[in-house]
Design a protein around this ligand. Structure first.
Ligand SMILES: Nc1ncnc2c1ncn2[C@@H]1O[C@H](COP(=O)(O)OP(=O)(O)OP(=O)(O)O)[C@@H](O)[C@H]1O
Ligand SMILES: [Mg+2]
Length: 284
């Protein structure tokens, strides 16, 4: 088992607003440790405000942890200079829930996808166009879509564009922060299937943040359950969801109906069941 991301004792504190002197800062992430295996998906679940996004951002050093370490491919990110970090960051990307905020509406899809290449690689115009077209096809869109603008696409298509943009530099790690939460349930399954296929084809590792247990059950290999900044339970995803030990995990599970794919070994069959579950239907 090769570990891509090894996070140890991550802490992130924010100053409290209007704090009185001597008042302790607020701990959004409190001593979080995890390993992300290469080519696998680590799901982070928990209620709103439990510290999922902050953990994901600390793992990429998009925000600076107060303390703790993140080793990426054996390198302690905390030791890197800003320039070294900038070069590393191309290997780690993030996909957000809100594509209206993450995709500039004034930019064509082609320009949105070309930007990471232009910042990090020295390619001719023709090569950039080719890479953009190839990536659009890869995520289930068409090369000609490069000339259109984000608002001309559906929510699911826009998330495909967000994913395409994240993959332009062939990253190893993608932090997916509630990537399907804004989508209709029927579209969620399509985008999740795409993400699984891309993971397999490209050997991607995901940190997948979600509050939706049925989504996590589909996509997760390992899981950490967070409550108030702390990890309350972690382990094999299906194992934890099947047999939760912590009362908080049980409460989370009780609030969400879960499709039951565990009896089914065949992958396509399992997908079909989950897809039906995500649509709120029963798979026959
Ligand atoms: N920049 C910040 N300054 C102050 N407090 C912050 C900041 N960012 C996050 N927090 C606080 O830290 C806590 C954890 O936030 P975070 O966004 O990580 O939660 P989350 O689990 O991702 O929630 P959600 O499911 O709503 O996205 C929250 O109480 C939040 O208000
Ligand atoms: Mg969040």
């Amino acid at each position: 088992m090769t570990v891509l991301v090894r996070a140890r004792n991550l802490v992130k504190e924010f100053p409290r607003r209007g704090a009185k002197r001597g008042e302790l800062p607020f701990r959004a992430v409190d001593d979080v440790s995890f390993d992300l295996r290469k080519g696998s998906t680590l799901a982070i679940v928990g209620e709103s405000g439990s510290g999922k996004s902050t953990t994901g951002r600390c793992a990429l050093r998009l925000i600076e942890p107060t303390s703790g370490e993140v080793h990426f491919d054996g390198v302690n990110l905390m030791d890197l200079s800003p320039e070294e970090m900038r070069r590393r960051r191309r290997q780690m990307q993030i996909v957000f829930q809100d594509t209206y905020a993450s995709l500039d509406p004034r930019w064509s899809v082609g320009r949105l996808l070309a930007e990471p290449l232009q910042l990090h690689e020295n390619l001719s115009k023709g090569e950039v166009k080719q890479r953009v077209g190839d990536m659009l096809v890869r995520v289930g869109l068409e090369a000609q879509h490069a000339d259109r603008y984000p608002h001309e696409f559906s929510g699911g298509q826009r998330q495909r564009i967000g994913i395409a943009r994240a993959l332009m530099l062939n990253p190893q790690l993608v932090v997916c922060d509630e990537p399907v939460s804004a989508l209709d349930v029927s579209v969620q399954a399509q985008v999740l299937n795409l993400m699984k296929d891309l993971q397999e084809e490209l050997g991607l590792s995901y940190i997948f943040i979600s509050h939706d247990i049925s989504v996590v059950e589909f996509i997760g290999d390992d899981i950490i359950v967070m409550n108030k900044g702390k990890v309350v339970e972690q382990g094999d995803c299906r194992e934890v969801l099947r047999n939760p030990q912590d009362p908080y995990t049980r409460a989370l599970l009780a609030a969400v109906p879960i499709p039951d794919p565990r009896q089914v070994s065949d992958r396509e069959e399992r997908r079909r069941i989950i897809a039906a579950g995500l649509r709120g239907q029963h798979a026959s």
